[in-house]
Design a protein around this ligand. Structure first.
Ligand SMILES: [Zn+2]
Length: 415
C-alpha cells in the first residue's frame, strides 16, 4: 500500500471529505441526532404547546392559519398535518434556511459542535445521551478572537530554549529501542528525533519536550524505556521543571502543551519541505515567513500557511513512530489518558484535528476523549469539525483491549 492508501484506511472520513463525499452514514446519523427543539430555537422558529415531547408551530410550506407543524422531540423529526411536508433536522435546515444538503450538514456540525467519528459503525454507544447534555449552554464563538491559540501562551514564562539544544541526543535507550525493536530504521529515527528534538539524560532517559508553536519551552518529561521499547516501570517519569525548581524564575507557572506542537511553526515546516518535493511550491512563502521576527507576526503568517492535518495520540512514542510512517499528518501527543484537556487543543483551531484514543475493555478512554473534544468544540472556534477515530474500538480484539493497546501496537501486530 502506498501512503495515500494507508491514509484512507486510517482516516476514512478525511479521505471521504477529500473526495467530496464529506459525511459518511455514521456521521450523518450523528448529525441527525442534534436535538430538533434546539435546531428550531437556533433557526428562530417559535414552538408552542405544553407537551414535553411534541410542540407545534405554523407551517412554513403552506399558508398556515393555525400551528399545523408538529415537531417531535423523541423521533427528532417534524411534520405538517395539513400539507404533509416534514423530515429530519437536516431537511429542516435545508428547507427553512434554503441550504443544500451539505450546507445544512456543515451548519449543524458547526453550530452544535458535533464531533465527527472516523471509521465505521460503532457498537451502540450512548453518544446521543452525552450529546444533549453538551448543547444546554450555547457558547457564542464570536467572543473568541481568531488567534485563540496564542491566549494559552501569552502569560507563559518559558524555560530557557538552549536547554533543548544542550540535551539533544540520540543516545537514550528509547532511541536505541525504537530501531532495535524494528519500529523505525536508523535514518527514520534520526529524522524523527531531530524534528521532535529528543533529549537524553545521564541515566539514559529520553526527554520529551513540550515546546509550543511559538518555540517556547513549557517543560520536558523524562521517561525510561527497556530494549524492547516498552516502558521501564521501575523508573517513574520525572519532569524537567520539577528537577529545576530551585533555578526557575518566580513567575514560572507550569502550563502543559502538546508534545510536538512546535512542529506547527513555519521554521519546522521548512525542514519538512526539504524532505518532501510535493510541498516545494510553498518554499518561498515559508522562507518569507521565517524572515519575520516577532512572535505575533509569525502567528499571523502561520495561519496563512494553511491548515495542517493533525493527529493526536496518548503516548510520545506513538507520535514519534507514526510521524515517520504517516508523514502526511503532524503527530502530537498529550502524554497520557488523563492529560488530554480541552485547552491543549486551543492552538489547533485552524487545523484539521483527528484524535486516536488508546483502547481498553470498557471503552472508557474513548468516551473520555470524546467528551474532551465536545468541550473543546464548545470553547474554541474550530474551523474544521473535530474528529475522533473509533478504529481500535471496532477492530481491536478483546485480548488487545485488555492490554490497552494503542495505534502503534495495533499497526505492528497487524503489519
Ligand atoms: Zn404545511
Amino acid at each position: 500500500m502506498n501512503n495515500s492508501e494507508i491514509n484512507s484506511v486510517l482516516f476514512p472520513a478525511i479521505a471521504a471529505e477529500l473526495k467530496n463525499m464529506k459525511y459518511d452514514d455514521l456521521n450523518l446519523k450523528r448529525i441527525r441526532e442534534v436535538p430538533i427543539f434546539d435546531v428550531c430555537s437556533k433557526l428562530g422558529i417559535s414552538l408552542y404547546g405544553i407537551g414535553k415531547l411534541t410542540k407545534r408551530t405554523k407551517c412554513w410550506y403552506h399558508d398556515d392559519k393555525h400551528p399545523s407543524m408538529h415537531v417531535n422531540k423523541k423521533k427528532n423529526i417534524y411534520k405538517c398535518f395539513v400539507c404533509g411536508k416534514g423530515g429530519d433536522v437536516i431537511r429542516l435546515v435545508q428547507d427553512y434556511d434554503n441550504k443544500t444538503f451539505i450546507e445544512a450538514c456543515d451548519w449543524l456540525v458547526s453550530e452544535f459542535h458535533v464531533v465527527l467519528i472516523e471509521d465505521k459503525q460503532p457498537s451502540a454507544g450512548n453518544s446521543s445521551k452525552s450529546y444533549s447534555k453538551m448543547n444546554n449552554s450555547g457558547t457564542n464563538s464570536d467572543q473568541f478572537p481568531s488567534a485563540a491559540g496564542s491566549k494559552t501562551t501569552s502569560s507563559l514564562c518559558p524555560l530557557p530554549s538552549d536547554l533543548v539544544t544542550k540535551c539533544f541526543s540520540l543516545n537514550s535507550e528509547f532511541c536505541r529501542a525504537v530501531v532495535s525493536a524494528g519500529y523505525l530504521s536508523d535514518t527514520q529515527l534520526r529524522h524523527a528525533a531531530s524534528r521532535y528534538r529528543l533529549g537524553c539524560t545521564k541515566e539514559g532517559g529520553v526527554i520529551f519536550w513540550e515546546i509550543d508553536a511559538q518555540q517556547q519551552v513549557h517543560t520536558g518529561k523524562i521517561m525510561y524505556y527497556q530494549p524492547d521499547c516498552h516502558r521501564d516501570k521501575e523508573h517513574h517519569p520525572t519532569w524537567i521543571h520539577s528537577l529545576m525548581k530551585d533555578k526557575l524564575p518566580d513567575n514560572y507557572e507550569l502550563q502543559h502543551c502538546l508534545f510536538g506542537l512546535h512542529l506547527l511553526c513555519p521554521a519546522e515546516r521548512k525542514e519538512i519541505t526539504e524532505m518532501s518535493p510535493s510541498e516545494n511550491a510553498t518554499r518561498s512563502q515559508i522562507s518569507a515567513i521565517s524572515a519575520l521576527s516577532s512572535t505575533e507576526d509569525r502567528s499571523v503568517a502561520l495561519q496563512s500557511a494553511g491548515p495542517k492535518k493533525v493527529a493526536i495520540v496518548e503516548s510520545e512514542k506513538t507520535a514519534v513512530i507514526l510521524s515517520e510512517l504517516f508523514p502526511d499528518f503532524l503527530w502530537l501527543s498529550c502524554g497520557g489518558l488523563q492529560m488530554f484537556k480541552p485547552e491543549l487543543l486551543a492552538p489547533l483551531v485552524n487545523h484539521k484535528v483527528v484524535v486516536f484514543p488508546d483502547t481498553d475493555e470498557t471503552g472508557e478512554a474513548y468516551k473520555q476523549w470524546l467528551t474532551v473534544l465536545q468541550q473543546a468544540a464548545k470553547l474554541y472556534p474550530f474551523r474544521y469539525p473535530l474528529r475522533i477515530s473509533n478504529l481500535l474500538e471496532l477492530h481491536a480484539t478483546p485480548e488487545q483491549k485488555s492490554q490497552k493497546i494503542d495505534l502503534v501496537d495495533f499497526i505492528f501486530e497487524h503489519g
